[in-house]
Design a protein around this ligand. Structure first.
Ligand code: PGA
Length: 225
């Protein structure tokens, strides 16, 4: 109908995504906006806890997590893998070893994300499982700042491999830790009580038909993964 068309032309797609997914979400939005040039996009980026809070308030069309909240009723679409890998500066002593145990990794000064981060949650779960503790030297609220701190030889870290795609891996190596990567996955989630807008439905279709493959290819290309 005409009303539907108008909604399409002038509508807004609202996304709230966790920080680690900001490396690929724009690459989904580019081709989508080429198809629908007149829509507006609102992209909010926060850590896991902040994104869960927005979801509870029902603010956005879609939420992206790799560790979805279990206590909120919602639809979800698993769409991509999210390996968490250990990274070090290429001159780091551990970078010379052909295999490393998680216990060895835990001795090296470690750069950790803040409380409320899904990345931190995943690392802590793995370490707990192996009864280990990281030697935390710095707590850093940003994936970029962690990467740059690793480049600056401040320590090592475990980080989503997506942060290393699209050229973002200069001077870094991936450490071959036996217990890694942590195999998590990305999920799009949306409310099961609201009818998705036309734009939201079109976006979901775009993820299924083009997006998934595009992002998987980029992840496969990244030499560190
Ligand atoms: P975060 O993102 O570390 O920025 O919270 C990853 C996740 O939530 O899984």
């Amino acid at each position: 109908t005409l009303g539907n068309l108008r909604e399409f032309k002038s509508g807004t797609l609202r996304l709230a995504v966790v920080t680690t997914s900001k490396y690929f979400i724009p690459h989904l939005l580019g081709p989508f906006c080429e198809q629908f040039p007149d829509i507006d996009i609102q992209l909010t980026i926060g850590n896991r806890e902040q994104t869960i809070e927005r979801m509870k308030q029902g603010i956005d069309d879609f939420y992206v997590f790799s560790h979805p909240p279990r206590d909120i009723e919602a639809h979800s679409l698993e769409f991509l893998e999210n390996p968490l890998v250990a990274i070090a500066h290429q001159d780091h002593p551990l970078a010379k070893q052909s295999t490393i145990s998680l216990a060895q990794l835990c001795e090296a000064p470690f750069l950790m994300r803040e409380k409320g981060s899904g990345t931190r949650y995943a690392i802590e779960s793995l370490l707990k499982q192996h009864k280990l503790q990281a030697n935390i030297k710095m707590t850093i609220e940003s994936n970029e700042a962690i990467k740059h701190s690793v480049m600056s030889k401040l320590g090592i870290s475990i980080i989503s491999a997506h942060t290393l795609t699209y050229g973002g891996q200069s001077g870094l190596v991936r450490l071959p830790v036996n217990e890694l990567p942590i195999d998590s996955h990305w999920f799009f989630m949306w409310s099961s009580s609201k009818r998705p807008t036309l734009i939201a439905s079109a976006f979901l279709e775009h993820i299924e038909t083009n997006g998934r493959e595009l992002l998987q290819n980029e992840l496969d290309k990244s030499a560190l993964v």
